[in-house]
Design a protein around this ligand. Structure first.
Ligand SMILES: C[S@@+](CC[C@H](N)C(=O)[O-])C[C@H]1O[C@@H](n2cnc3c(N)ncnc32)[C@H](O)[C@@H]1O
Length: 275
């Protein structure tokens, strides 16, 4: 006899299998609680009564799948999010990057690009941008398009300014964008320093020889198995003594890359590859 809880679990497993088979996106190792909330939300939007009903619609209607994909993506972000993290980049990482002739940085799960642009501003201020290539990736193509354009609503400029100052910024932030029509557009040289590309952390391979990998507020959506895969991917992507930055609520403690990374002083979410 199957109880309603087991039945729901079975339906969700079938939905995730179906999505993987039909569209190649693998959500089977995402943290279940938030996954279930998003699936229920999509059921309401699509006016279907059961998860199996949602599966049928998703299999037959790619637009319905796009809706679910955007529900599951949760691209919440902002410029200079967690200013302490960017302060640590200025104080701990940039002095090391200076010693390299060429610098490569990967922002995985970049959402609409604000995190990568914040990094580009730091590098410009350190006079390192011209010898740095930033790769910023996400599986959400709509977010990547917004990121490439680098146009954002201007209503939060004061908050951005405050976080920029808290990160140790001393210039005038408006030097980095053009404003008009209630929007701000990131300066062209900053936009050109970043390659925005599609990459799925649940399926794709690592990028090579990065001096810094940043993946913040993404691992929290994954179960331990997927977190483990992704942390291994990041470790493989780091160059000798490269840095890894994760989100404030995330940890590498449970993973076997833990022994191959050392924490940096004063910033628990910034690690350095041991060699
Ligand atoms: C909460 S946002 C984090 C954005 C930014 N890193 C920050 O901290 O502000 C999470 C992002 O991870 C992306 N994401 C989730 N699963 C992914 C996957 N398997 N591969 C690539 N990106 C993924 C989502 O599309 C979303 O844009």
């Amino acid at each position: 006899m199957t109880g309603s809880h087991e039945l729901e679990k079975l339906e969700i497993d079938l939905l995730l299998e179906g999505v993987h088979e039909r569209y190649g996106y693998d959500f089977r190792n995402y943290a279940r609680a938030s996954l279930v909330r998003r699936i229920r939300h999509r059921m309401v939007v699509e006016s279907v009564e059961t998860i199996s009903g949602l599966l049928a619609r998703i299999l037959h209607d790619p637009e319905c799948f796009d809706g679910l994909l955007s529900d599951l993506s949760i691209p919440v972000t902002e410029m200079f999010r967690d200013p302490d993290f960017f302060k640590a980049i200025r104080e701990t990482v940039i002095p090391v990057l200076r010693t390299h002739p060429y610098v490569k940085i990967w922002h995985a799960g970049c959402a609409t690009g604000e995190e990568a642009y914040s990094m580009a501003i730091l590098l410009a201020e350190a006079d390192l941008l011209s010898r740095t290539r930033i790769y910023a990736t996400d599986y959400n193509r709509a977010c990547l398009e917004t990121a490439r354009q680098g146009i954002y609503p201007a209503d939060s400029v004061e908050d951005i300014e405050a976080r920029y100052c808290a990160s140790g910024g001393t210039a005038s932030l408006c030097d980095y964008y053009h404003s008009g029509y209630d929007a701000l557009k990131i300066r062209d040289d900053l936009r050109k320093s970043i390659v925005f590309a599609h990459h799925n952390l649940a399926a794709d391979q690592s990028f090579g020889e990065m001096n810094l990998v940043v993946c913040r507020n993404v691992l929290i959506y994954f179960d331990r198995k997927l977190q483990h895969r992704v942390l291994r991917l990041f470790h493989q992507s780091l160059c000798h003594r490269g840095f890894l930055g994760i989100g404030p609520k995330e940890t590498v403690g449970f993973s076997n890359v833990h022994d191959r990374l050392e924490a940096t002083q004063g910033m628990p979410s910034l690690y350095r590859r041991k060699d």
